[in-house]
Design a protein around this ligand. Structure first.
Ligand SMILES: Cc1cc2nc3c(=O)[nH]c(=O)nc-3n(C[C@H](O)[C@H](O)[C@H](O)COP(=O)(O)OP(=O)(O)OC[C@H]3O[C@@H](n4cnc5c(N)ncnc54)[C@H](O)[C@@H]3O)c2cc1C
Length: 468
């Protein structure tokens, strides 16, 4: 674990910061015991770096006061939701203060008549979805981590998820933000209206900013009516390209499924035993499809989707007949992340996104890059959006980690070459900052860094992330 040895002057400075934080916020919101700091040293990447202090604010003024103190002493500060990020965003790489926003978890208001709701950043996404469902409303952004990740973390990463093709991603549902800037001042962007075009769109600038520009303390989101019904279909293929063709044909038929998820053979081999009905050895690619809408729309769309799969050589299709069958099909999808460790103990999880027409080409390139097959690569994900999770799995043998990194490097170059992006939903953090220049030109990078310099002149907000 990274742990910065401090000089005498630095230690004195940290003691002053700690004392001041305790004085302003009260002792119960400020933690500095080693066991507390360890709990905030990691995220979903398995990287570890120890913070010096953890602050657990209860309200916007606690966040503001913490940032004023961090700014005064020029101490790094890292906003943190649930720590499920997959690119190192919440890891306190340079020591300093972790700001744990999970206690700010109130749903402030739900306005069914206006189709908007306002929440604090620490609200867990699934909990919020369940609460608004009581009003027959729907908040679609649905990362697979929804049961534990926070809306604040989702906004900071512009999280995607399985419903993106039909409903869009987090960005498409954020109307307004209350943000605490690096000097502790508070700004409000956007309006609680479904449209607003007044001035520059500061809200969008902050969405996906990964805690490098400011801390969200209130988030106003757009809601939509909850679809009346969902049907689930699994389609089994003996050829990867057939599954990709079937996904294309479904969309060519003017149908946008609620979810259109893909798994390749390596992924299937990892999850084969999960779910109630084990997946046969003959299945080399799988599509999991949800269709939502009304009884009438589904009765039209489901046969079209099933026929498209059959036309593209699905050798079996299965429509879930009961909620339990549906749950069993989706349990397989949800098990992928942990199940991949059945293949090898280490994983680099990339979330490339390419134009849908380039999916076959990029997967062929990935095969070619790994032609000697000493590393295992499992591909799955949101095929309708072209957002494929390419998981490079490797073991502890000498040279394997370096080989995996070099494979990632080559894949990133190919992705950008076909017009794709190095991250469809997980963000950059420190894990992908080395690849930013592949996709973003020097001129655009310079503009981004000027924004960063404007909002965070002392460089205290999540240092070491996004830019090298
Ligand atoms: C099993 C699993 C499945 C996943 N599936 C998906 C998926 O389908 N789609 C997807 O997009 N992601 C997915 N993720 C990644 C992760 O869950 C998302 O990036 C999520 O949005 C992170 O939320 P969090 O609350 O855990 O944030 P954290 O990991 O705590 O923080 C993430 C970033 O947000 C910043 N941040 C957090 N809160 C705030 C705030 N209030 N203000 C400003 N900055 C803040 C942090 O500084 C950090 O840079 C998955 C992760 C796991 C472990």
């Amino acid at each position: 674990m990274k742990h910065f040895k401090k000089t005498k002057t630095e230690s004195k400075k940290h003691q002053k910061v700690l004392n001041e934080l305790i004085m302003v916020l009260g002792g119960e919101k400020v933690l500095s015991a080693i066991e507390d700091r360890i709990c905030y040293s990691y995220d979903g990447t398995k990287q570890k770096a120890l913070p010096d202090i953890v602050v657990r604010p209860g309200c916007t003024s606690d966040v503001s006061n913490t940032l004023k103190i961090a700014n005064k002493y020029e101490i790094p500060i890292y906003a943190r939701g649930a720590g499920t990020g997959l690119t190192g965003g919440a890891v306190p790489l340079m020591g300093g203060i972790v700001l744990d926003l999970k206690s700010m978890n109130r749903i402030i208001e739900i306005c069914p008549e206006d189709f908007v709701a306002t929440v604090e950043p620490g609200v867990v996404t699934k909990h919020f979805q369940d609460e608004i469902a009581k009003f027959d409303l729907f908040y679609p952004p649905d990362p697979s981590s929804a049961a534990f990740s926070t809306i604040g973390g989702n906004v900071a990463e512009c999280a995607g998820g399985i419903t993106g093709l039909k409903y869009g991603v987090t960005r498409d549902y954020i109307l307004a933000l209350e943000i605490v800037l690096s000097d502790g001042s508070v700004i409000n962007t956007g309006r609680k209206t479904l449209r607003s075009v007044t001035g520059y769109d500061l809200t969008r600038l902050f969405i996906g900013s990964e805690g490098t520009l400011g801390v969200f303390t209130r988030i106003t989101v757009k809601l939509i009516p909850k679809p009346k019904k969902i049907e689930t279909l699994a389609a089994y293929f003996s050829d990867r390209d057939d599954a990709i063709d079937a996904a294309d044909l479904i969309i060519d038929n003017n149908i946008l499924p609620r979810t259109l998820e893909f798994m390749d053979q390596m992924t299937i081999s990892a999850v084969r035993g999960y779910g109630e009905a084990p997946i046969g050895e003959d299945v080399k690619a799988l599509l999991l499809i949800d269709i939502d809408g009304t009884e009438e729309s589904i009765s039209h769309e489901l046969p079209v989707v099933e026929n498209a799969c059959k036309e593209k050589k699905a050798f079996k299709t299965k429509v879930a007949e009961t909620p339990r069958e549906r749950e069993s099909i989706w349990a397989v999808r949800r098990s992928i992340s942990p199940a991949l460790y059945n293949i090898a103990p280490h994983k680099i999880n990339e979330d490339i996104c390419v134009p849908r027409s380039k999916i076959k080409e990029i997967l062929q390139k990935v095969d070619q890059i790994n032609e000697h097959q000493t590393i295992y690569i499992a591909n799955f994900g949101h095929i309708g959006d072209g957002n494929i999770h390419v998981n490079i799995m490797y073991n502890d043998d000498p040279g394997q980690a370096a080989l995996a990194e070099s494979i990632v490097n080559k894949i990133m170059r190919e992705v950008v070459a076909v017009g794709g992006t190095i991250s469809g939903e997980h963000g950059i953090g420190n894990k992908k900052s080395q690849f930013m220049e592949l996709e973003i030109s020097p001129k655009e990078l310079a503009i981004m860094k000027r924004f960063k310099g404007f909002f965070d002149p002392k460089g205290i907000m999540n240092p070491g992330k996004m830019f090298i």
